[in-house]
Design a protein. Structure first.
Length: 455
């Protein structure tokens, strides 16, 4: 009898492996319909993880009129979740058990997104925490390890909103941010002291396209006993997996290439799970937290059960900043972003190919003064792109126009675009353009703009 296959976009090795095992059972007539199916794991292909990780249809459950599980990840639009009994509720709140309480904290749809993305980055399936936006993720990542009197050391080449958070907002709460030139990694170590709680950088900076030497910076961070936090928005896990180069915490804007269509907002924090929070360098993990753990409080770096200890940073981010400050992602946005995640590798390949064509076109144009694209062989970041971006240049191109008044010419160029959209976003399937000096980085002083690469 005919078998019809509609071949998908998973890793082809995973598809063939499944065909092989099913054919063996079919020929031997030993297939057991009740046999346990294997879960998609970190060892699966990238595309297979994007499509299948963290959700397996359960045909034994009743849906509507009977059995037959949804193949796509369901959208769960519920605020609260029914407890089994009072003991179950108490166990969930005390972290004795894991489960659904309230959608500000967790949601079944969001859980799939968190786990799927964390596995893509090489993290524990429970190490991801989705929040309302990428900016939200950065804020929570910092306040989850630093408090008044502490400091972090950050690369100075940053997205404008991150720079403003670090330069103007965090200091209002007593957290100092010390900016350094990431092109000189040794400056991170020189700026650190016994109050430093983390190093921070962007894998590929917005908009200067400065690629950070993650391997070197992470080594310097660990020598100081602090974690490296990497914003990987511009690279995505398809081009760069910061954990493989020593990073400890990843933050990203899911709104951009991961979602890919400019239709949903979200951010993600992923903890590698290997940093020693009980080493005495982070008081928030050594001193009892009286907001959690009853009368005695909970020392996040010391008191968690052994099985949960590698998740200390994520669990604190979940139960302290997210629970009490409330910057949660909506299940609708989680679902929308999951749709984009399924085709991440296909889109990133096309983004990189198109960006290279655009960079080469601009490079030879008589009216273009300069072009920056890490994929170009003569670009100052090309060598690092070979190491950290799989030899590709990414999706972003920046350039300047030959004109007596560069700013005026840039604004005129933007106003003259037709097909290309003038919006404050990146990573859309559509081509987008903006003039950073007067928009995304306009709140920065001219000197700060120059230091972060906004020419």
């Amino acid at each position: 009898e005919m078998i019809r296959l509609s071949v998908g976009i998973e890793g082809i090795e995973d598809v063939i492996a499944d065909l092989e095992q099913a054919l063996k059972k079919a020929v031997a007539a030993t297939a057991d319909s009740a046999a346990e199916k294997k879960d998609v794991s970190a060892s699966s292909g990238f595309d297979t993880i994007c499509l299948h990780a963290a959700y397996k249809p359960d045909p034994t459950q009743t849906y509507g009129l009977g059995q037959g599980a949804p193949r796509g990840v369901p959208l769960h639009r519920s605020t609260p979740y029914q407890f089994i009994d009072t003991q179950h509720a108490a166990d969930l709140f005390s972290l004795a058990k894991l489960g659904n309480i309230y959608s500000r904290l967790m949601n079944p749809t969001t859980h799939v997104l968190e786990s799927r993305y964390s596995i893509l980055e090489g993290g524990h399936p429970l190490a991801g925490l989705a929040v309302a936006s990428g900016t939200n993720a950065i804020h929570y990542a910092i306040i989850n390890l630093a408090q008044a009197g502490d400091n972090i050391v950050s690369a100075r080449a940053l997205y404008g909103g991150t720079y403003t958070m670090f330069n103007d907002i965090l200091p209002q709460f007593g957290i100092e941010v010390r900016f350094v030139d990431a092109e000189k990694p040794e400056e991170f170590a020189k700026a650190a002291d016994d109050k430093t709680r983390a190093f921070f950088c962007e894998s590929c900076s917005n908009p200067a396209l400065e690629i950070c030497d993650l391997e070197v910076i992470s080594k310097l961070a660990h020598e100081k006993g602090v974690p490296l936090i990497v914003d990987s928005t511009f690279s995505t896990p398809y081009l760069c997996k910061p954990f493989e180069f020593g990073a400890d915490i990843i933050v990203t804007s899911l709104t951009k290439w991961v979602g890919g269509h400019g239709t949903g907002l979200g951010g993600m924090i992923v903890d590698k799970g290997g940093f020693k929070w009980n080493a005495g360098k982070h008081p928030l993990y050594d001193v009892p937290d009286k907001s959690y753990g009853g009368e005695a409080g909970l020392r996040w770096g010391h008191d968690l059960p052994e099985a949960l200890a590698p998740l200390a940073y994520k669990l604190r981010a979940l139960t302290v900043p997210l629970r009490n400050l409330g910057g949660c992602i909506s299940p609708d946005n989680s679902w929308i972003i999951l749709q984009g995640l399924e085709t991440l590798s296909l889109r990133m390949e096309k983004h990189c190919a198109n960006a290279m064509r655009v960079a080469e076109y601009l490079k030879q144009h008589k009216d273009v003064a300069w072009v920056r694209y890490p994929g170009l062989k003569d670009d100052p970041q090309h060598a690092k792109a070979a190491k950290y971006l799989k030899g590709k240049g990414g999706s972003m191109v920046v350039f300047g126009i030959k004109a007596p008044d560069g700013r005026k010419a840039g604004q005129q160029f933007i106003d003259s675009l037709d097909l290309i959209s003038h919006v404050a976003n990146v990573g859309d399937a559509r081509t987008l353009a903006i003039h950073p000096a007067t928009t995304t980085h306009s709140q920065m002083k001219p000197q700060a703009q120059m230091e972060c690469g906004v020419k």
